[in-house]
Design a protein around this ligand. Structure first.
Ligand code: NCD
Length: 306
């Protein structure tokens, strides 16, 4: 049995990512078959030092579908307030014998740090402004299925990732994974939110004019303005932001026929995305949420060598 960590979208080459996505679909579509409980009796700890609803819940559901038990150590419920650090907490649950730990932290590199100190498999559930690989898998699954891409070959698909890119671990992980799968990704936002240097680091193009990118995009993935990570300081005016970089109903109407709207959630409705666009016919937002459970089941199996 090979035990692995999933810390970054860079841990996944194209063949591995496609196999994981295919397994995710298989597990989702045949949830009650015996083979769908390959991790029966194993355990997952969710160690979340930052708020989360969908990611923590979907890890829990994903683990349950694979037959695992889950324990949750969210910051407020654990001993963080007694001075225990992320690594202390992870080592404690590791010593209790959990098989996998899903880590969410405000610290970039925090999941990799935990991985150095535990014998369990570590899955990065979001570390600061660094990476969020299982969200990238969810986004790739939702997009690949909606676009009818057999085997998750996204060759030639043009994806614009738009908004507060600099604050976003989802943008970094999704840009990397979608590129690995063959898509052409562009990061779009005002210069302070989509700096050229970030494009160089991730290996994709950067653009500042959303309208110029809109008509050629097969998918537009909007990002939340992360006020808690300092985006508020740049966001002098919400109205000006929406006018320049929001996916308004008028902008969505100018997208290509058949092009998709995405958002990893949670969204600031009326700021980066209009409610009728988020809930409209192009939207894959609910599909991204359901894909989150399926890909996390597959990721747990991959990490635990099942
Ligand atoms: C994101 C996150 O926490 O990185 N949400 C998620 O996991 N789907 C994005 C965000 O917080 O805006």
């Amino acid at each position: 049995m090979t035990r692995r960590h999933l810390l970054s979208a860079r841990d996944l080459d194209a063949a591995t990512a496609r196999a994981l996505l295919t397994l995710a679909v298989e597990r989702r579509d045949h949830p009650h078959e015996a083979a769908a409980r390959p991790l029966l009796g194993r355990s997952l700890a969710t160690v979340f030092f930052e708020n989360s609803t969908r990611t923590r819940v979907s890890f829990t559901l994903a683990a349950a579908r694979a037959g695992m038990h889950t324990v949750d150590l969210s910051a407020a419920a654990s001993s963080v307030h007694k001075g225990e650090t992320l690594v202390d907490t992870a080592k404690t649950v590791d010593a209790m014998g959990v098989d996998a730990i899903a880590v969410r932290t405000g610290q970039a590199g925090g999941a990799a740090l935990v991985a150095q100190h535990v014998s369990a498999s570590v899955l990065n559930a979001g570390d600061g402004k660094h990476e969020h690989p299982t969200q990238a898998l969810a986004d790739a699954l939702a997009l690949g299925e909606a676009a009818g891409r057999e085997g998750f070959d996204l060759d030639g698909l043009r994806v614009a990732i738009v908004g507060d890119v600099v604050s976003s671990r989802v943008a970094r992980s999704s840009a990397r994974l979608l590129t690995t799968l063959g898509a052409a990704v562009v990061l779009v936002g005002p210069p302070a939110m989509a700096p050229k240097s970030l494009g160089e680091a991730v290996g994709v193009r950067v653009a500042h004019d959303l309208d110029a990118e809109l008509e050629s995009a097969d998918a537009v993935m909007m990002l939340r303005i992360q006020l808690e990570r300092g985006a508020g300081a740049w966001l002098a005016s919400a109205r000006a932001y929406r006018a320049g970089h929001g996916l308004t109903a008028a902008r969505a109407a100018r997208m290509k026929d058949g092009a998709f709207v995405m958002h990893p959630g949670p969204s600031n409705r009326g700021l980066e995305i209009d409610p009728e666009v988020a809930d409209g016919p192009r939207s894959l937002i609910q599909a991204q949420v359901s894909a989150g459970v399926a890909v996390r089941t597959a990721a747990l199996e991959w990490c635990l060598g099942a």
